[in-house]
Design a binder for this molecule. Structure first.
Ligand SMILES: CC(C)(COP(=O)(O)OP(=O)(O)OC[C@H]1O[C@@H](n2cnc3c(N)ncnc32)[C@H](O)[C@@H]1OP(=O)(O)O)[C@@H](O)C(=O)NCCC(=O)NCCS
Length: 181
């Protein structure tokens, strides 16, 4: 289901960019024209997962499929390269957030934090009470990142993937938003 709501918004806070410049990032909903840039961003940002999955993170076909069930929100860069993206899908009164990525050259400057804040505002605007994510347990740096942003652990689930080269499973995490907070 595609999310209703604004096609773009300026994220609230002004953040320090990597070079010490101040900037504010703006999200917009992606369309089919963005698919090549989405694939490039996601495969670059998730390249470290080749340590345990012997394939690219995503493909044109997968992004096309996701666009039929939810919405990608993107942050444009100065050129055709995307700064950030995330996938949001309404599931009843909850929002599933996946494929959050910040361009490797821009990580650590507060953009990921702002993407989560934007996801929360969208969830609240739709009357959804929580955001759900799942992360691969091998990415041990991610739970502290999400916990720092208010997510709590919410169980595990199998990672069914024929290209796995090491044992791995998903950790589910959730964050209450709006009235669910
Ligand atoms: C994970 C990711 C989205 C984070 O985005 P980012 O823009 O680099 O993160 P931010 O700069 O917004 O950091 C947000 C906060 O998390 C903290 N943080 C970041 N990494 C952390 C870590 N490993 N442990 C603890 N806290 C961490 C930051 O210090 C920051 O807190 P602060 O604002 O109080 O300093 C980004 O690194 C990324 O794209 N990684 C590759 C793809 C990926 O793994 N996506 C998530 C899949 S579930």
């Amino acid at each position: 289901m595609r999310l209703a709501g604004a096609r773009s918004e300026t994220l609230g806070a002004t953040v320090a960019a990597g070079a010490g410049l101040k900037h504010t990032v703006t999200t917009r909903s992606a369309d089919a024209h963005d698919i090549p840039a989405l694939v490039a961003l996601l495969n670059a940002a998730f390249a470290m997962e080749r340590d345990f999955i012997d394939k690219d993170r995503t493909s044109v076909a997968e992004i096309e499929r996701y666009m039929t069930t939810g919405t990608f929100f993107v942050v444009d860069g100065d050129d055709a390269v995307l700064v950030s993206c995330m996938y949001l899908e309404r599931r009843g009164d909850r929002i599933y957030l996946g494929m959050l990525a910040v361009n490797p050259s821009r990580q650590g400057s507060g953009i990921g934090r702002q993407m989560i804040a934007a996801a929360e505002r969208h969830a609240a605007s739709l009357g959804c009470g929580a955001i759900d994510i799942r992360i691969v347990d091998r990415r041990t740096e991610l739970p502290p990142f999400y916990r720092a942003l208010g997510f709590v652990d919410n169980g595990t689930e199998p990672l069914v993937e024929s290209k796995l080269t090491k044992p791995a499973h998903f950790i589910r995490m959730t964050k209450p938003v709006g009235h669910g907070r």
